[in-house]
Design a protein around this ligand. Sequence first.
Ligand code: SF4
Length: 212
Amino acid sequence: MAENGRIEMLPRVVGIARHRLVTDGEGVSTLVVLHGCPLRCRYCLNPHTLAEPERWRRWRCEDLYEEVKKDELYFLATGGGVTFGGGEPALHPGFIEHFRACCGKEWLLTLETSLQAPLESVARLEAVVDRFIVDIKDMNPEIYRRYTGGDNAIVAENLHFLLERGRGKDVLVRLPLIPGYNTEDDRRESRWQLEAMGFEHFDLFTYKTETR
Ligand code: SF4
C-alpha cells in the first residue's frame, strides 16, 4: 500500500531526449518530458502530455538519475544538465527536489514552464533549479484566457516571486506571436510590462498553427 502510494507520487515521464544543444538551456542537455498540464493551449506543442499517453513510465528519481547520468561528461564539459519540461513540470516539485539531491550541485537544472502552478511549488523549485524558461503566452489576461483556458494571475504572482528572490537574471521569457490570438502590438505590450517588472532575457518566436 505504501509502495503504491509512493509510486502514485512519481510523475509520468513521456519522453527523454538526449544531446540537445542550447535549445533547452545552456550547454548540452537532456530533456525529461513530464505528463500533465492544467492549460489547454490551442496550438499545444506537446499534446501527448495532455491526453492519455500511449507510452509513458513512472521513474524513481534514482533510476532516472542513473539513466541520464550517461551524458554527465557532456553536461560537465559544456555547463549543461537536465531540463524538465512537459506538460507542466512545476507541478512536481517533490520529484525535482529529489532529483537535485541525487545529481548534486554541478548539473545545470532548467525548468521549462508556463508557471501555471501554486506559489508554494514554485518556491520549492526556486531553491533547486538554476534556470527557468517561461512560456508566458501573453500578459493580457483576456488573450491568455482565450488561448489557454486559464487565468494568468497565478503566473504574474510567480513571476513577482522569482524577482523578489533575485532570480530575474535566471529567467528566459518566451514571448510567442500566436496567430489568431495576439498581435505584434500585444506582444510588444507584454514585453514592456515584463521589462518594467525587471526581466531582461526574451525569446521571441511564432507558434506554428499546423502543429495542431
Ligand atoms: S502549457 Fe504547454 S503543454 Fe500545457 S497546454 Fe500549453 S503548450 Fe501544451
